[in-house]
Design a protein around this ligand. Structure first.
Ligand code: MAN
Length: 562
């Protein structure tokens, strides 16, 4: 057996009965049959001016410049297009300026698949079963080598494997179709949620407007209620307000009366002074009747004064009353003001015992009920300790709740809209995988890939923990060209999707970790291998049905239905 290399260039051609014809020279491939059918002469394919005798074909001597007279020997192998240094058939060789006519020695491989092998492998004493399972390449038995025809067994095994591959492809394609369906359903759900949220947000905008108007109206009407503006409610509140005002009025009046009294006392003292001086200094020898009567009157008055009883009200008592703090006037008003608990508060406070999940809902419902009941006179309004009427509080809370709900729902709506616009790959397929994780064991570490989320390096040595190798950012396309692997777990050749995961944990003295996840078709999601291509830059090769080609579903559309 030989290594592939140049052999890989060979295109496997369909088996042709023509090529197997006994009448043709050995090694002629099906597409060249027409050049060899004339039995008497042979004309060089690319040099029609040169005609040879039929016996010169396959006589082990290279007579045509294009090598076409030796389709079944290695005589012209120096211009073999299948040898690595040689040009392809139909092209002009650089050195000899000749055109290569044949692609190689044709092995018909009856029972398997016919193919060309390089002329230099013909009769070289090695059985090239990989490409020439019928052993026809060693027809001269050089060195006594005889290659048996193994095409039956090789063909059978090949067909078995081909069938396996076909079935696997079909299963992969089926899984992919399932993923596409799931993705479609997930997208539909996102769209439905967006629709629902849009309506909710619209409704909440209206509700917000209504509650805003209601709040403003309640606030306005509450401001107009004088009795309630002192921060107290109910009958006691009214009484308290009245009593405070009345006491203040009386204190003011008493204060004024005392001032007036002191004023009059001054004037009385002055008059008494004048009269007592008149009594002392008047001349009794002047017989002035008026003066005599005044002195007599004064004497009577002075005698009466000394017998008069003093008032019960001591100045010090009055002063004590006036000295009290103007606000309280000796009464502990606060005792009445701060005790604002009522039966209603018990009702208001029981909400605190509800689980948080239902509390907001119940609160909002109760609030609207309360507002309605207060507005309709069923429930008494009962101001809070902050002095705001319960009606205003309830209206404010209802408005705040609606604002809050509106902003939460708007946020959710925007999030869903962003998600809908995100690139989830062809047919949105990665929607169906998002969030799911797969892991592979790679010696020192386990590597985890969470689709559209993050990649993680998990140290098996307990102390080192997990290392973030990057968060998902986008899908790219890259052309890859890799040798096929016997187990099929490889990227192969072609355009492949690459998921970029970036901005992982910082690398010591280096960049943040990142991962390139290369995808190829496989029946199940599996990390085939993870390598650290350069420090902290990881490359994962991953198989997934999501990267498979579409195959027509058997029995759906196409010729099957005709
Ligand atoms: C850890 C691992 C390695 C990485 C080094 C860089 O050991 O994450 O993959 O190369 O850190 O310091």
């Amino acid at each position: 057996m030989r290594s592939t290399g140049a052999l890989a260039l060979l295109g496997a051609l369909a088996h042709s009965s023509l090529a197997a014809s006994e009448s043709l020279p050995r090694g002629v491939g099906p597409e060249f049959v027409k050049f060899y059918e004339n039995k008497t002469t042979f004309t060089c394919i690319s040099n029609p001016s040169i005609t040879l005798k039929a016996s010169q074909v396959n006589n082990n001597s290279c007579d045509c410049p294009d090598g076409s007279d030796e389709p079944g020997t290695a005589a012209c192998s120096n211009i073999d297009p299948l040898s690595p240094e040689q040009p392809l058939p139909g092209s002009v060789t650089g050195t000899t300026n000749t055109t290569v006519a044949l692609p190689g020695f044709w092995c018909a491989n009856a029972g398997h698949i016919g193919s060309y092998i390089p002329f230099m492998y013909v009769n070289d004493g090695v059985c090239d079963y990989e490409l020439c399972c019928d052993g026809s390449d060693e027809n001269a038995h050089a060195g006594g080598v005889k290659c048996e025809n193994r095409c039956a067994a090789i063909g059978k095994e090949y067909r078995r494997l081909e069938e396996q591959r076909r079935q696997s492809k079909e299963r992969s394609a089926k899984k992919k179709r399932t993923l596409v369906k799931e993705a479609r359903e997930l997208r539909r759900r996102v769209e439905a949620r967006i629709e629902g949220l849009r309506k909710e947000v619209e409704g909440l905008e209206i509700k917000k407007g209504e509650l805003q108007a209601k709040f403003e109206e309640v606030e306005r009407s509450e401001r107009g209620k004088v009795v309630k503006s002192d921060g107290q409610g109910g009958k006691l509140g009214v009484l308290l307000g009245l009593a405070k005002t009345r006491v203040a009025e009386l204190r003011n009046a008493l204060d004024k009366v005392l001032d007036q009294r002191d004023d009059l006392q001054d004037r009385l003292d002055q008059l008494e002074d004048i009269l007592s001086k008149l009594k002392e200094e008047y001349n009794p020898n002047f017989n002035d009747e008026g003066v005599k009567a005044a002195v007599k009157g004064w004497e009577d008055y002075a005698a009466g004064q000394s017998n008069e009883k003093k008032s019960d009200l001591e100045d010090s008592d009055v002063m004590q009353i006036l000295k009290e703090d103007g606000e309280t006037a000796g009464i502990n008003w606060a005792e009445f003001e701060t005790d604002d608990s009522s039966d209603l508060d018990v009702v208001y406070n029981w909400e605190a015992y509800l689980p948080p999940s239902v509390r907001d809902y119940v609160h909002e419902k109760l609030n609207s009920l309360r507002v309605w009941a207060i507005q309709n006179g069923i429930l008494a309004d009962n101001p809070t300790s902050t002095g705001e009427s319960r009606l205003v509080t309830a209206a404010r809370e209802a408005l705040d709740a609606a604002k809050n709900e509106h902003s939460v729902k708007t946020g959710k709506l925007e999030e869903e809209q962003r998600d809908l616009e995100k690139d989830y790959g062809p047919d949105d397929i990665f929607r169906a995988l998002k969030g799911k994780c797969i892991t592979n064991d790679a010696g020192e570490y386990d590597y985890e890939l969470c689709w559209f989320d993050r990649t993680t390096q998990k140290s098996k040595k307990g102390a080192h923990g997990n290392t973030n190798m990057g968060g998902f950012v986008r899908i790219d396309q890259e052309f890859v060209d890799e040798e096929d692997r016997p187990d099929g777990k490889g990227l192969g050749k072609g355009q492949r999707m690459v998921l970029r995961y970036e901005n992982g944990q910082g690398c010591w003295n280096g960049p943040n970790r990142r991962t390139d996840v290369y995808l190829a078709c496989a029946e199940t999601d599996e990390i085939w291998r993870t390598v650290e291509a350069e420090k902290c830059v990881y490359r994962m090769e991953v198989g997934t049905p999501a990267a498979c080609e579409d195959i027509q579903e058997p029995g759906v559309g196409g010729k099957d239905e005709l």
